[in-house]
Design a protein around this ligand. Structure first.
Ligand code: G3P
Ligand code: MG
Length: 238
């Protein structure tokens, strides 16, 4: 069961994305679910990172896949967003999942492989996620990563992540053994939303930073929205 409002990248408009600070703020605002991106360090540890390179969201340089987890953990991932978040670290997936469990948050772990690391990232993320004590769903744009995650942890629920919902979405969900579809909000129609729900699948849409747009999507039968602005809703609506 999906929470209706999911903090995208831990609530990326309010705090530096993919950080524990963001997660804590989302929880304080009453959010019950969070989404974040998990990528492998050079030594194969899943860390929270959206881009393949470090420049946009940290004080580091170069590729995430070329630095050890211990080196990534020392980078400042907060100052770029606001000086008040200076020295906020890049967390590991294990740290984030443990905080989700502590705060009672549902998690969507998006498997975000660096180029050419789809299978390995799916496998490693699933191995770490299977040990978590919180409820979670794995998702990915990469079918290869999802297949590899399924092989490593068959019982973890999986979602197929797409930009545009393809005409053969039923076959693709079946092929991946996925229980949900995550799609860009733009382009989702009432017709496809109702067909996805009628098929027994959850449908979550990204990225929705406007209450009216979310209202329209919920009215179509969309299960949940990913937002950078969880502060737009009050706890009772989440
Ligand atoms: O999982 C939904 C959304 O996060 C996918 O896009 O690029 O923000 O990871 P992106
Ligand atoms: Mg994501």
């Amino acid at each position: 069961m999906y929470p209706r409002i999911i903090a995208h990248r831990c609530g990326g408009a309010l705090a530096p994305e993919n950080t524990l600070a963001g997660l804590r703020i989302a929880a304080r605002l009453g959010c019950r679910g969070v989404e974040f991106d998990a990528m492998l360090s050079a030594d194969g540890v899943p860390v929270l990172m959206h881009d393949e390179t470090l420049e946009r969201t940290t004080a580091g340089r170069g590729r995430v896949a070329e630095l050890a987890c211990s080196q990534i953990g020392q980078l400042d991932a907060g100052a770029w967003f606001h000086p008040g978040f200076t020295a906020e670290p890049v967390p590991t997936l294990d740290q984030v999942l443990s905080l989700c469990a502590e705060l009672g948050l549902w998690a969507n772990v998006e498997i975000k492989p660096s180029s050419g690391q789809d299978a390995e990232t799916g496998r490693m993320v699933a191995r770490h996620a299977v040990a978590a004590s919180c409820s979670l769903v794995l998702s990915s744009f990469s079918p290869e990563a999802l297949r590899s995650a399924a092989a490593a942890a068959p019982l973890l629920p999986r979602a197929m992540l797409v930009e545009t919902i393809p005409a053969d979405w039923r076959e693709r969900l079946a092929d991946l053994g996925a229980m949900a579809l995550h799609a860009q909000a733009r382009g989702v129609t009432a017709e496809v939303a109702s067909a996805v729900r009628a098929g027994g699948f959850s449908l979550a849409c990204y990225t929705v930073n406007n209450r009216d747009e979310a209202g329209r999507l919920f009215a179509m039968g969309v299960s949940a929205v990913f937002t950078d602005r969880p502060d737009l809703w009050v706890t009772a609506e989440m």
